[in-house]
Design a protein around this ligand. Structure first.
Ligand SMILES: [Zn+2]
Ligand SMILES: [Zn+2]
Length: 267
């Protein structure tokens, strides 16, 4: 069984619509995926009844901050409750406000973005990130690479939202979900491990395809997870931006993530 527990759709900042993501998952040989969009569940719900025979676990990736440090918390659920949706709606509004602020600050730098056209361009999105602004600026010839555009215009505009990892973990637990620390790197894990443990984190995304976590680092994470009785998960964090990185290129099996999967499906 090939499993990828962390993929994105255009409900947040992924490229493809939910059903196309599932089709690509099937094409890539995946049996189980979790659509875990940033702060929204609409894309996930749309993909539940898919004709491709892929199991889609219910998940969300909540953005949070400890001071200036951005931490993502994945939540996995059997059902999305209304309370959870209301909480996410609050984040969505805060993030939209943050983007509007950035657009008006950019105006002072001579970059004129029409709010209306911007939001129309990403009409499928429920949450907005600086990634959307990068894409928009590239399309409008403000630079030739995402990195260039980000460094030139957006680097200084991190406007942390008010949610802490403890808030995110709490809302996930209260709504019968399992909170998992998304794509930590060793430095981050060392720095915030005690905080996350005290807040009630129940898993670590020990295998992650996106941020260059090596096999050796993953092994270390798995060891730490075992010591603290935490679940181990695996996710590509695939967004669909890179043509040479397809769904299915990254996966793990029940051998690595079976303990976690058993909470949701019969193995
Ligand atoms: Zn993330
Ligand atoms: Zn992600």
């Amino acid at each position: 069984m090939k499993v990828d527990l962390h993929v994105h759709t255009n409900c947040s900042d992924g490229v493809y619509p939910p059903l196309e993501v599932v089709r690509r998952a099937r094409e890539g040989g995946l049996d189980v995926i979790a659509i875990a969009d940033h702060d929204c569940v609409e894309g996930n719900l749309e993909a539940q009844d898919n004709p491709f025979g892929v199991i889609v676990l219910k998940a969300v990736e909540i953005t949070s901050y400890i001071g200036p440090d951005e931490i993502h918390v994945l939540g996995y659920f059997r059902e999305f409750s209304d309370n959870l949706k209301i909480f996410l709606k609050g984040i969505q509004e805060e993030r939209r406000g943050r983007i509007v602020e950035i657009i008006s600050s950019l105006k002072k730098l001579g970059v004129s973005i029409s709010e209306e056209i911007f939001f129309e361009t990403f009409s499928e999105a429920r949450t907005y990130t600086r990634g959307h602004l990068v894409f928009y600026l590239l399309q409008n010839n403000y630079g030739s690479s995402p990195k260039e555009v980000f460094e030139k215009y957006l680097k200084d505009f991190s406007v942390p939202i008010s949610v802490t990892p403890a808030d995110a973990i709490k809302v996930i637990l209260e709504n019968d979900g399992i909170p998992v620390w998304a794509h930590p790197v060793p430095e981050e894990l060392n720095k915030h491990f005690d905080y996350m443990l005290n807040a009630g984190i129940r898993g670590i995304e020990a295998y992650n395809g996106r941020r260059g976590v090596t096999e050796e680092v993953s092994r270390e994470f798995v060891k730490i997870a075992k010591e603290h009785n935490l679940f181990v998960t695996a996710g590509s964090d695939w967004h669909g931006h890179t043509k040479d990185y397809n769904l299915g290129d990254f996966y793990r099996t029940e051998r690595e993530v079976g303990g976690f999967l058993a909470n949701f499906i019969q193995l």
